[in-house]
Ligand binder design. Sequence first.
Ligand SMILES: [Zn+2]
Length: 275
Amino acid sequence: MSAAYPGKKKLGAVGYPAWLKENGLTAYEYSFGRGVQMSVLRAQELGDAADEAGISMSAHAPYYINLASNEAERIEASIEHLRKTAVVASAMRAKRVVFHPGARGKLSEKEAIENTRKGIESAVAALKREGLLTCWLCPETMGKSAQVGDLEQTIAFCMIDECLLPCIDFGHLHARSLGRFGSREDFARALDALENVLGVERAKQVHIHFSRIEYTKAGEKKHWNYEDVQFGPAFDPLAAELAERRYEATVICESQGHMAEDAMIFKRIYEEAMK
Ligand SMILES: [Zn+2]
C-alpha cells in the first residue's frame, strides 16, 4: 500500500481529510511550524472537509514561540504567534492547539520555567479576552535538555488553567532521557503522573506525538520512521497502556517521511491491543 497523499499539488490540505478517512485515519494535525500563512477562509474550508470526513483537527503553532525568554518583546511576539494560530484553529474547528513552551538560552532552568509559567498565564488571558480559546491549548514535552518542557514541567504548566492539556511527545521523552524512557512501566508511570495531577478524565484526553527518534547527549537529533527499529521508542507498550486505561487520546504520528503510513501501523497496533 502506498500511503503518500496523491493530491498535494492539486488538492492541497483541503483534500487531505477525505484521503485520511479512506485510509482509516481519524486525526490530522496541521503544522504552522514555519508561521501562520493560511487565510481564515481557507481554514474554514479545511474545517468543512474535516467535518465531512469525520477527521479531528489540531493545529501546531510556530516553532519560534519562546515563552521562557526574559525579553518582554519576545514574549509579546510569542503570544501573537499563538493568537494567530488560535484564529485559524478556531476557523477550522480544531480541537487542540499545540505549542513548544520555550528555550532556556542562558537562563537558569528555574528562571526559564518561571518565565514560561508567566508567559502561558498571559497567553491564556489574552486568548480568553478575545474569545479565541475555543479548544484545548497543549504545551508539548520537548526533546532537548536546553528546552523547557520535561514531563513534570509540562503537566505542571497545565495546572495554570483548565483550558490546558499536555501534548506528550514520547519520542521527545525518549530523547531527553537519552534512551532510558521506553518500557511499558515508563509509559505507565508517565500516564499515572498525568492522572495524579490533572485527574483521570482530563488525562484520558491527552494529546500525543509519537515517532522513533535519534538523540545525542543534548537530546533530540532527528525523527525516524517506524521501520527504523534501531531507534526507540516502540509503540506497542504505549498502545497497551492506552487500551487498558480506555483513553480517548489523540495520537499524531511524527515520523520523518512516512507519517500517514506509520499512523496506520500505530492504529493497527492499538486495535490489536484493544482486543
Ligand atoms: Zn511539536
